[in-house]
Design a protein around this ligand. Structure first.
Ligand code: F6R
Length: 260
């Protein structure tokens, strides 16, 4: 795991955007795994800036989002389809036909999930998966005790996650209980994983994921088994890492050839 501790979310997001931009420039047909929620918003803003000012070209790319609320369609203001449209897709040139987000209105969830997995495989697999992390350690919507080998499927949100996400809805009661999410096994097959975490509310989950045991009780801890993971943190989310001085030293003293 590479732990990148920066002063603030904007700097961390610029670092993550630099990695994605380098990937897209090297591989114009890159397959991107994308996340929603508050965390990736500054990353998407930076990618939009790079598209507008530096000609970052998404026209050959494909995307797969991690998750969607069951029962919410594109017209619902809190749906992840709508979120992605507003925060990224409407401002870059990623072709609509190659954008994939689980369909919250599907009538056959198991068949839809199997087809989602199939289309990830047919695209050649995800080159870089962007992740946030829940305050309970979830990635995608793989809540604690999710199988570490799970594939795309329906999950039930914990009450904690429903409260954490209530600010996207009119009231907490409106937050759906069910979601469709890529599984942990699906996420682990991405060739690179970029996990962003900001704020004090994430400090326990981050410390557990990086320095705790690998356990389904903190699903992000499975990333310790992934060969190419970068964690982009701010001071607050990194505050409970016992070895944070070491991670800082490693990042500041990276050989030039190792920089993206
Ligand atoms: C979103 C997702 C979730 C969020 C997590 C953190 O697609 O899969 O795992 O990344 O709930 O959410 P925020 O960023 O709103 O704190």
């Amino acid at each position: 795991m590479e732990i990148i501790i920066t002063s603030d979310p904007a700097t961390a997001s610029q670092e993550a955007a630099r990695f994605l931009a380098a990937l897209i420039r090297k591989k114009p047909v890159a397959v991107l795994g994308l996340a929603t929620g508050s965390t990736p918003v500054p990353l998407y803003r930076e990618l939009i800036r790079m598209h507008r000012e530096e000609g970052l070209d998404f026209s050959g790319c494909t995307s797969f989002n991690l998750d969607e609320y069951v029962g919410l369609g594109a017209d619902h203001p809190a749906s992840y389809r709508r979120f992605m449209q507003e925060n990224l897709f409407s401002s870059i040139n990623l072709p609509a036909a190659r954008i994939h987000i689980p369909d919250g209105l599907t009538q056959d969830i198991p068949a839809h999930c199997a087809a989602y997995e199939k289309s990830i495989a047919e695209s050649g697999g995800i080159d870089a998966q962007v992740l946030g992390i829940g305050s309970d350690g979830h990635v995608g919507f793989n809540e604690p005790t999710s199988s570490l080998a799970s594939r795309t499927r329906i999950k039930t949100l914990t009450q904690r996650t429903r409260s954490d996400n209530a600010h996207f809805f009119a009231s907490e009661n409106d937050v759906p209980h069910h979601v469709i999410t890529m599984g942990i096994g699906t996420i682990m097959e991405a060739r690179a994983v970029l996990l962003l975490a900001f704020g004090e509310n994430k400090a326990d989950a981050v410390a557990g994921a990086v320095e705790g045991p690998i356990t389904a009780s903190n699903p992000a801890s499975i990333l310790q088994m992934h060969p190419t993971v970068k964690l982009y943190l701010d001071e607050k989310s990194a505050s409970k890492l016992a070895r944070r001085d070491y991670y800082r030293w490693v990042f500041e003293n990276k050989p030039d050839w190792q920089r993206d």
